[in-house]
Design a protein around this ligand. Sequence first.
Ligand code: NAP
Ligand code: MG
Length: 500
Amino acid sequence: MTTAEKKIARLEVVEPKRLEFGKKWDYAPAPESTEHIKIQSRYELFIGGKFVSPKSGNYFKSINPATEEILTEVAEANEADVNLAVKAARTAYEKYWSKLPGSERAKYIFRIARQLQEKAREFAIIETMDGGKPIKESRDVDIPLAVAHFFYYAGWADKLDYAFPGRKTRPLGVAGQVIPWNFPLLMAAWKIAPALACGNTVVLKPAETTPLTALHLAQIIQEADLPPGVVNIVTGFGKTGAAIVNHPDVDKVAFTGSTEVGKIIQRAVAGTKKKLTLELGGKAANIVFDDAPIDQAIEGIINGIYFNQGHVCCAGSRLLVQESILDLVVRKLKDRIQTLRVGDPLDKNTDIGAINSSDQLKKIKELVQIGIDEGCKIHQSTCKLPERGFWFPPTFFTGVAQSNRIAQEEIFGPVLSILTFRTPEEAVEKANNTAYGLSAGVWTDKGSKIFKISSQLKAGVIWANTFNKFDPSSPFGGYKESGFGREGGLQGLMPYVQLI
Ligand code: NAP
Ligand code: MG
């Protein structure tokens, strides 16, 4: 056989395999090394600039959801610990922080940003181990955005007079902040950075399943030499969060989490002078018109719902497709989900990591079963899931009606519900037919259509020909049951100041 014949023979063997849809390239494992990562065997509460033991002496475990391995144990703060944290924050507010000029506050916040940036790789790995998200997301999205938030708000600290021309600002006092498990460090940055920039002090509670990056941030805050008590981090369960929210000496409550808990918090602060912002759930419509660039839209749909295992409040969890292109979109989506790599979150090639907890996995499975029972058609990747840990394959449903629960309720997992529409009016009506209003997406070739449709959508963030893009200078927040108040951008300063 000549060399050329050999080449053709080789191609004949290889090509059909390579072109076969659904067959993945065989990547060699590329796990991020964890050797240099120091996870302590125990973490204490960060109060008044020191790491202190909880009054109860109780600790709870934080596990790696991809392996079910126990990573460490973390202090459980009770009411007495929260009292101490609020007291430390009040003292720091009165003694130092509210008296410092903005330019001095900025120096501290810049210092946090720089130190976080220096340790970005370490934070990305810890985030992935504690929460299950793929390393490519914690490394390329969560940590850089958290750093960017600190840089961005450090820049505002001495420019508040320009943010609100003609007005003077005064800080509010002590901010009590409670955050969820889907973007642990990023949510901490969203909360802490604007609060500090505006001259407030902070008591923050991370979620029970993902406390580690907030506690490592506490170490950075200590190293950055912030006056003791300016930032306090208390770990624990829902009760700890409630103790912060209900504390009489807290001036401002900022909460990100479920609509259910958001409602409890709104009731709890009603009748008090506490200022409140709520960032809650969502059921975003991602609308694809027949003139959209289809392959780009498919990538946007994939990113919109399977990014971070669908643990995203603004996920594009309802796909509204123009009827004429439904078959094409469904066929392309079927092919594409089959190529998504589900598995070890520390592997650099992984697209979909572990579900954050067994409780969350149970909720996803229940809602998927409801979708099947209500007669919707399920399409699922046949990928092999790891034996240990919490996993769910990329999934979507067709034949979904607006009344189906999977079209109404937040699944908060890698599960997409596909509905169809014929006219732009029908698309808008269906998109707005939800109790939520956090985000939406529009895919079309026509700029004028984008403007027309997006002005009619009742959602806080609307992406056009893209999805799930964030920037510290863009405000983020919802309408209706997705909450109120904005985080990010100039608007994100507003909840932390009093205008005089
Ligand atoms: P969650 O149960 O509402 O918990 C959020 C935080 O609140 C956690 O730190 C939680 O502590 C704490 N908490 C629980 N009960 C509380 C109470 N009664 N008082 C005060 N704090 C309390 O929500 P999740 O399950 O962690 O997160 C998923 C939900 O968050 C989804 O619905 C998602 O849409 C929403 N979310 C919204 C945004 C947004 O920006 N709009 C962003 C991320 C997530 P424990 O961890 O100990 O339960
Ligand atoms: Mg964990």
